[in-house]
Design a protein around this ligand. Structure first.
Ligand code: NAD
Length: 260
């Protein structure tokens, strides 16, 4: 194993929204670098197949099915991690939704507002609240939160989503202030256009419209393309690793130069 592969050897990594997209790409990278994994998602079939694929390569993986916006899910996931591995070194708060019909605030229903904030923000609070005492008991850890470029610059027609991601950036800073002194670093990633829209947004959207989004991204982004999940996953591993030992409270924009 070369030194890079050993960055997460025997470290315990808990990932929310781990059954697809960015969460899954990141889980694969952590597994490739020696970590033990706790994967949380409410999409049971996708979670089962993620656990099967990753564990077949020899990684120890636990799958926890549940709604991340419920305190009970966070408690169950953290308890399972402690029971199986005795510690949590990295928390990757990543689950997120972006309902297509919640456009401007005038077109956003109260139910949509509550579910967007439940998944995109409250779940981060719930998982952090359960995990930090475990990290403190083990002398520290790293938390990485998935925000978005939409939390830095308002995007049209997804107001509640952007507000929830701006709040994730604020939550990241609050955690850095309160817990960096305990050896717990907290940082956020802010991806721009990625290779696929979140699965809830993608559901029911015709292929033609998906291609149009891709073409629009290519025009808007100076690099002329969307980012890949794996490109973002590599940044998550950097922020979770000792290579970023003096970085806490940062929000790393990864948007191909879009909002510069
Ligand atoms: P995705 O839909 O592929 O992955 C999200 C995962 O979270 C899914 O597996 C889904 O089942 C799970 N999930 C959603 N709500 C849940 C809940 N209540 N309980 C448990 N699991 C739940 O989307 P993705 O593109 O991988 O997005 C991951 C993160 O990246 C999200 O926070 C998203 O807002 C953010 N992001 C995505 C993009 C993009 O273009 N795709 C851009 C910027 C930021």
């Amino acid at each position: 194993m070369n030194p890079r592969e050993a960055r997460f050897s025997d470290r315990v990594v808990l990932i929310t929204g781990a059954a697809s997209g960015l969460g899954l790409a990141t889980a694969r990278r952590f597994a490739g670098e020696g970590a033990h994994l706790v994967l949380v998602d409410w999409a049971a079939d996708a979670l089962d197949s993620a656990v099967a694929v990753i564990s077949s390569a020899g990684t120890k993986v636990i799958g926890i099915e549940g709604d991340v916006s419920k305190a009970e899910t966070a408690q169950r996931a953290v308890s399972a991690a402690v029971e199986a591995f005795g510690r949590i070194d990295v928390l990757f708060n990543n689950a997120g939704i972006d309902p297509l019909t919640a456009r401007s605030l005038v077109e956003t229903t109260e139910e949509q507002w509550d579910s967007i904030f439940g998944v995109n923000l409250k779940s981060f609070f719930l998982f952090v609240r359960e995990t930090i005492p475990v990290m403190k008991a083990n002398g520290g850890g790293a938390i990485v939160n998935t925000a978005s470029s939409a939390g830095m610059k308002a995007s049209s027609q997804e107001a509640a989503y952007g507000i929830s991601k701006a709040a994730v950036i604020a939550l990241t800073r609050a955690l850095a202030r309160d817990f960096s002194g305990d050896g717990i670093r907290t940082n956020a990633i802010c991806p721009g256009f990625l290779e696929a829209m979140t699965s809830d947004r993608r559901a029911g959207v015709p292929e033609e419209q998906l291609r149009a989004r891709s073409a629009k991204a290519s025009q808007l982004v100076p690099m002329g393309r969307e980012g890949t999940y794996d490109e973002v996953a590599q940044a998550v591993l950097f922020l979770a690793s000792d290579e970023s030992s003096y970085t806490s409270g940062a929000s790393l924009l990864m948007d191909g130069g879009w909002i510069a």
